[in-house]
Design a binder for this molecule. Structure first.
Ligand code: NAP
Length: 247
């Protein structure tokens, strides 16, 4: 059975990705730093829980995922964190944490999984962000870390294409998850955000999961090195803010 490792899948977008992939007959190895949420999602979808911090032992994580079914066809680097603050006042510990989880772990786990994915003709999907393309004000180094993920994705796609491994990234827009729950719990803030999105709604984790499923599938056999924005066209609205003469 095709097997995929999804990091940070104990909640939010990662759990949504895991649910979509399980419905499409993937065996999902559910990683999260929280063992209890890992166990719950894995039990819900009939997957395998593999708790652990993605920054701790990437090679061990890749080996353990391989050992579940003796094959690894997909890797979804989804675990991510944000430490908010202005660029003029960054806490070095926050910089290390954000770069460690969002970028270094993505690179290290991808490299560790590469031989297994290569043997299976597999693919990697990195969950970046629309913040890789447009700044996230007062988001600390979050946007820079995600821009790094996109750059890594493009380079890895070129370096690893000959090994039969495709590498793509997804840039979620505004998705309702625990990471952003403080914002969405406020109905005024929720409506102000929703009104900005051309397709008329805040995204759900499954919106990202379905695009992950496509990028891992043979339907995407000729797609590599891309950053696919899944944002309801939010990032295309800049010109809508310009005053215009009447038509
Ligand atoms: P979330 O609700 O906070 O979920 C992230 C999951 O990753 C949590 O279960 C978290 O565990 C886990 N995690 C954190 N650090 C980890 C580590 N070192 N090792 C293993 N697991 C770890 O966030 P989300 O909104 O679903 O975000 C998922 C991804 O999408 C992230 O990469 C994020 O940057 C990206 N993204 C989200 C949005 C959005 O609007 N939500 C937009 C753009 C991009 P704990 O909760 O137990 O710490």
């Amino acid at each position: 059975m095709k097997t995929v490792l999804v990091t940070g899948a104990g909640g939010g977008i990662g759990a949504g990705i895991a649910r979509v992939l399980a419905k499409r007959d993937w065996h999902v190895v559910v990683n999260d730093v929280s063992a209890s949420s890992c166990d719950k999602v894995a039990a819900d979808i009939g997957g395998t829980a593999l708790p652990g911090d993605v920054t701790a032992d990437p090679a061990g994580l890749a080996e353990a995922a391989l050992a579940v079914n003796g094959r690894l066809d997909g890797l979804v680097n989804n675990a991510g964190i944000i430490r908010r603050g202005p660029l003029s006042d960054l806490d070095p510990a926050d910089v290390d944490a954000v770069l460690g989880v969002n970028l270094r772990a993505v690179v290290a786990l991808s490299a560790a999984a590469l031989p297994h994915l290569s043997a299976a003709g597999g693919a990697i999907v990195n969950i970046a962000s629309m913040a890789a393309e447009v700044p996230q004000l007062n988001g600390g180094l979050y946007a820079a870390s995600k821009a790094g993920v996109v750059s890594f994705t493009r380079q890895a796609a070129v370096e690893w294409g000959a090994e039969g491994v495709r590498v793509n990234a997804i840039g979620p827009g505004m998705i309702r998850t625990e990471m952003a729950e403080a914002v969405y719990a406020d109905p005024v803030m929720y409506e102000r955000r929703r009104a900005l999105i051309p397709v008329g709604r805040i995204g759900a984790p499954e919106d990202i999961g379905r695009v992950v499923a496509f990028l891992l599938s043979d339907d995407a056999a000729y797609v590599s090195g891309q950053h696919v924005l899944v944002d309801g066209a939010l990032t295309q609205t800049l010109m809508a803010h310009f005053p215009q003469p009447p038509c």
